[in-house]
Design a protein around this ligand. Structure first.
Ligand code: 39S
Ligand code: ZN
Length: 768
């Protein structure tokens, strides 16, 4: 039985790639130094996998920024606007596409970024035009394959398949469908595969994650045609087709009939598909790659359970036709559990990070091959014990939490009065002007602020010294907001490392890591906390900082919390109870914090839910169930307060058209959303639906350092005022400002406040 891996984390075990890229962008190191840092990471990753005993090791899973952008470069799909950068190195062109380019009199916008399926990873969206052409342009995949060969690695180049690549992209003009481009794209793919074969590749891995999505008949047809043509043109190169994150479902027949040599199954997300596949296995001679080790979560594999699955497949099709693998690329796992020195050892024994997952795959293959050794016997025994321990550990189960959850009543999911009543009470209480201004919550997380936390950790600062510095930063931010004239202030979140990790560190039932970094986009990483047990709030989460801030201003200070769905979505979650139950436990903890903030005199409280959209299941048939509990979880967290207390929520990636009624059902008094990049187009959903509550459509894009002018902001506000009742409109940036610098933040917010003032004058009334 063979083993292989689908992809390995590429940021380096100590985030070497992040540091090297950021140094290169800052002009502190040369391109050669960056290339060398990258080469070292690849070499180390390959050796780690080879040493672990993985059969086919992925190559070209490395990326300087994003694997979809790598494909765009490889295929020569470079948008017109980057033409002036022709003379630059490919790497500089690539970074310009990823991050924009503002130098030498040029102002080139970055390509759009969006979520990779239902993960917290972001990819760069390919841009297509009607006359789009493709050509073999980049050489990364060939260079890295050669590099791996030289090191004696049994290398398997990885690339995103032609159909998924097109479906991941976006038409930038009218008059064509992206799939129409397949005829122009396919010849380049064939060229790439032929070239890899000529270089000596035996196996390639082609990722077609869209096979886990709802497809039309036409799309399925294109899949068949593409792989038939590839087989015809490249007959001898062996292809493992990879799909992950959900079932093949109604695409299974198509997949089984594709002329590829191996088909990968995500048996973690979709264990039930094995039976379906085996029932049809006589139709094909494909090897089945069983993705039994969870690539998306950090729990140790249950060997006994996996062996049962593997043996079922072997009994039906024989060992020769079975491969073992993680369920998906390990990109979504932290690097190496061995670096965690502070984790509770009892919890640590339940976990496996990327490096440990490799060993799991290999051990499972050995066990399934019937190999016998004291070491294997011991591994099996240890695995069994860890699972027994986890099932019965008192760390996990908190009877009080379970009791409270089962006592939740229907009325706990609703505010006392309907929105219309609340709105009147709140308007009377707050006396805000029309077009009230606010920000989304975070202010620049400068190196200085991060250094404070780093020094606290190293013991160079005491807790008291640290807190005094944070207080200073908060007071400065308050004074500045007052001067500029913002109406509803925020404290700036300087005390938070991350909007999810921060809460994870304070809630019961969560563990956090020292080095469990996972790439989020480009060089930016997150350290998702681990939810291992029943969640409870046994200490203050934010009251200390919010009430400190409120004491230092006469203006309204907004309390800032992360919502239950987002905390769930951006953490590693329990796999021993339904996500819904965990979401409700978090919701109750947040509810207590919301009530505590109210009691401490905070009158406006924002509960962020940026991840509610990305939590949507990949298949539409599963949406209703998810939305039902996700909306309820939010409502449970928000409904403990009086009518006069104003609840805000914030969402990014606001593609709301298809779920707008559920967004409305969250019943937040105010929602702030991302709309600036699409010139308020995203508001359409809110207008068509007649969204009843107040809305702050983001009036400028915070993802770029560009400062918007007063005129630009007014233009967007006019657009919003055309379609929304003016007494419902708030004025705010489209997301938190933590990744920005103070220089641009200050000017941008001054312009924003000025725009709101001018609009008030135009309307001619100061108060509603
Ligand atoms: N998911 C989560 N969890 N959180 C989010 O905010 C988002 N937003 C979207 C969607 N998904 C999310 C993605 N956007 C960063 C920014 C935006 C993101 C995602 C991540 C980001 O800036 N990450 C930071 C980074 O990659 C890490 C943030 C962090 O945890 O640099 N910082 C720690 C802190 O502030 C410090 C980490 C650190 O590197 O305490 N410290 C240095 C060290 O230990 C020392 C400080 C220094 O010199 O900078 O070496
Ligand atoms: Zn946002």
């Amino acid at each position: 039985m063979q083993t292989h891996n689908l992809g390995y984390p590429r940021i380096g075990s100590q985030r070497e790639l992040k540091k090297a890229c950021e140094s290169y962008w800052a002009g502190k190191i040369s391109q050669n130094e960056l290339l060398e840092a990258a080469r070292k990471i690849r070499e180390q990753n390959w050796q780690t996998q080879q040493t672990a005993g993985i059969g086919w090791v992925p190559v070209n899973d490395f990326s300087f920024y994003d694997q979809v952008l790598d494909m765009s470069l490889l295929l020569g799909a470079i948008p017109e606007r980057y033409q002036p950068l022709q003379e630059k190195s490919n790497l500089d062109l690539y970074f310009a596409m990823a991050r924009g380019y503002q130098q030498e009199g040029l102002d080139l916008k970055a390509m759009e970024m969006t979520k990779w399926f239902d993960t917290n990873y972001h990819y760069i969206v390919p841009e297509f035009t009607k006359n789009q052409t493709f050509r073999l342009f980049g050489s990364k995949i060939f260079d890295e394959f050669a590099e791996a060969q030289q090191l004696g690695i049994q290398a398997k180049p990885v690339l995103i398949g032609a159909v998924s690549y097109l479906l991941l992209g976006k038409e930038k003009e009218e008059g064509f469908h992206k799939l129409d481009l397949i005829d122009k794209l396919l010849p380049v793919y064939i060229q790439i595969l032929q070239k890899l074969q000529a270089q000596g590749a035996t196996w390639v891995q082609i990722d077609e994650p869209y096979l886990a999505m709802d497809l039309t008949d036409r799309e399925r047809q294109v899949f068949s045609e593409v792989y038939t043509e590839i087989r015809k043109q490249v007959p001898d190169l062996k292809i493992v087709l990879a799909n992950y994150f959900d079932c093949y479902g109604d695409n299974l027949t198509t997949a089984l009939q594709l002329p590829v040599d191996a088909l990968h199954l995500d048996l973690v997300r979709c264990p039930s598909q094995l039976d379906d596949v085996l029932a049809h296995a006589h139709l094909s001679t494909q090897i089945l790659s069983l993705g039994v080790v969870d690539g998306r979560n950090i729990w140790k594999n249950d060997f006994e359970q996996s062996l049962q699955i593997i043996q079922k497949a072997v009994a039906k099709i024989g060992k020769q036709r079975v491969w073992l693998a993680p369920s998906c690329s390990l990109l979504h796992s932290p690097n190496d559990l061995d670096f965690e020195q502070k984790l509770n050892p009892e919890i640590k024994q339940w976990l496996a990070f990327a490096k440990q997952k490799l060993s799991e795959v290999v051990t499972l293959a050995q066990l399934a091959n019937g190999e016998n050794s004291p070491a294997l016997e011991k591994a099996l025994q240890e695995n069994r014990q860890a699972h027994q321990n986890r099932r019965s550990s008192p760390l996990i189960h908190n009877p009080k939490v379970k009791e409270r959850l089962s006592a939740v009543q229907e009325s706990d999911f609703s505010r006392k009065s309907p929105f219309a009543v609340r709105q009147r009470l709140q308007k009377e209480r707050f006396k805000l002007p029309l077009f009230p201004t606010t920000t989304i919550g975070s202010f620049p997380q400068t190196t200085d602020v991060r250094q404070l936390r780093a020094r606290l950790k190293k013991g160079e600062l005491t807790q008291a010294q640290y807190e005094a510095e944070i207080e200073k930063a908060i007071i400065e931010a308050i004074r500045w907001q007052e001067e500029v004239g913002i109406d509803v202030l925020v404290h700036g979140e300087f005390e938070r490392n991350d909007m999810v990790e921060y809460f994870g560190e304070l809630l019961d039932g969560f563990a956090f890591t020292e080095n469990g970094w996972v790439q989020s986009y480009g060089s930016r990483c997150v350290k998702p906390p681990i939810i291992f047990g029943d969640v409870a709030r046994s200490q203050d989460l934010s009251v200390r900082w919010s009430s400190f801030a409120q004491k230092h201003t006469q203006k309204l200070m907004k309390g800032m919390l992360t919502g239950p769905v987002t905390i769930l979505q951006w953490s590693f979650v329990r796999n021993d109870q339904p996500r819904r139950d965990t979401a409700f436990q978090i919701a109750l903890a947040i509810r207590d914090e919301v009530v505590a903030l109210e009691q401490a005199g905070i009158k406006v409280i924002q509960i962020d839910e940026p991840a509610i959209r990305e939590g949507l299941p990949l298949r539409r048939k599963d949406w209703a169930d998810y939305l039902e509990w996700a909306v309820k979880a939010f409502r449970l967290s928000a409904s403990g307060v009086a009518d006069q207390t104003q609840i805000h929520t914030h969402m990014c990636y606001s593609e709301f058209n298809d779920i707008i009624e559920h967004i409305a059902a969250m019943d937040a008094d105010v929602i702030t959303i991302e709309t600036s990049r699409s010139e308020m187009e995203l508001l359409e959903a809110f207008v068509d639906f007649k969204y009843p509550n107040e809305i702050g459509p983001g009036v400028y894009d915070i993802h770029s350092p560009r400062v918007p002018s007063v005129a630009e902001i007014k233009h967007l506000l006019h657009k919003a005022a055309e379609v929304l009742p003016i007494e419902n409109i708030w004025v705010n940036p489209d997301c938190g400002l933590k990744t920005r610098r103070w220089e641009e933040t200050k000017v941008a917010l001054q312009n924003m406040v000025q725009a709101a003032r001018e609009l008030r004058e135009e309307v001619g009334v100061e108060k509603v």
